[in-house]
Design a binder for this molecule. Structure first.
Ligand code: IPE
Ligand code: IPE
Ligand code: MG
Length: 252
């Protein structure tokens, strides 16, 4: 550590801040239940946490922030809760899009659009279109997203190209498949944070998480704030990423 205080030029810029942080925002329901409040109130407070964390991520120098806001499997919840979650997304985009745009945030959306109500699709498209030239922070919203579905869709597109005689099956490798995922230009997450104490991915970015550092935080999402993000990033900075290679030599 000490002899490496100045990183060699070949190691590039400061790596203590992850370029891409992805968050599984979990625990809204338990946060509410523990206070005797309806689950919907937990989700509403979760949106407030999201606003804080978008700001904090930018202040800390994160360039890509991906948030898991509705999974392909969340359709198995009661219709009223699904309605609450969709209502919050609508309100978030309607109320916050202008200020996100003013702050230079570029909004991207990953996940399945098919099956979503047309007004939601319109809002998601508007958010992407309005902010597409912004360069401050990329906010990637995983909505109606499931990693298995994303990978299966990519496989289907490759298979179609083979069937149409446009592709040699031998050309299908990890890079080729990666190009057909929802946002191929976005670098893999360096750090994935899950709140609420659960320790699983729940079908989130399973391809992209191959070498992500995972940090599980015991607090529920509505309580997450800048300090919690800073401490997850500090934990990340203590990790040694090896990508299958050997530990970096210290002091030589
Ligand atoms: C996260 O909180 C929000 C979504 C999954 C949409 P939960 O609603 O999963 O809250 P818990 O896990 O039941 O506490
Ligand atoms: C993951 O949380 C999905 C989102 C945060 C949007 P869940 O609460 O749906 O995950 P499980 O069911 O506990 O695995
Ligand atoms: Mg949950």
């Amino acid at each position: 550590m000490m002899s490496n205080a100045v990183a060699p030029a070949t190691e590039g810029p400061d790596r203590s801040v992850p370029l891409h942080v992805a968050i599984i925002m979990d625990g809204n329901g338990r946060w509410a239940a523990s206070r005797g409040l309806p689950r919907a109130e937990g989700h509403r407070r979760g949106v407030e946490a999201l606003r804080r964390v978008v700001r904090a991520a930018h202040e800390l120098g994160v360039q890509y922030l991906t948030i898991f806001s509705f999974s392909s499997e969340n359709w198995s919840r009661p219709a009223t809760e699904i309605g609450d979650l969709f209502g919050l997304l609508r309100r978030f985009i309607r109320n916050d899009l202008a200020s996100l745009h003013r702050d230079g945030v570029r909004v991207r959306v990953i996940g399945e659009r098919e099956g979503l109500e047309p007004d939601i699709c319109t809002l998601l498209n508007e958010a992407e279109e309005l902010t597409k030239a912004n360069t401050k922070l990329n906010l990637v919203v995983a909505f109606n997203y499931g990693s298995r579905q994303e990978i299966a869709n990519a496989a289907q597109r490759l298979a179609r190209e083979v069937a149409e005689g446009k592709r040699d099956p031998a050309s299908i490798d990890a890079d080729a498949l990666g190009q057909y995922l929802d946002a191929p230009d976005i670098p893999d997450p360096d750090l994935i944070i899950r709140t609420s104490g659960e320790q699983r991915l729940s079908n989130f970015l399973m391809w992209q998480a191959a070498y992500s550092e995972l940090v599980f935080v015991p607090i529920h999402w509505p309580d997450f704030d800048k300090a919690a993000l800073e401490s997850a990033i500090a934990e990340y900075a203590r990790r040694e990423r090896r990508f299958g290679g050997l530990a970096a030599k210290t002091g030589s």
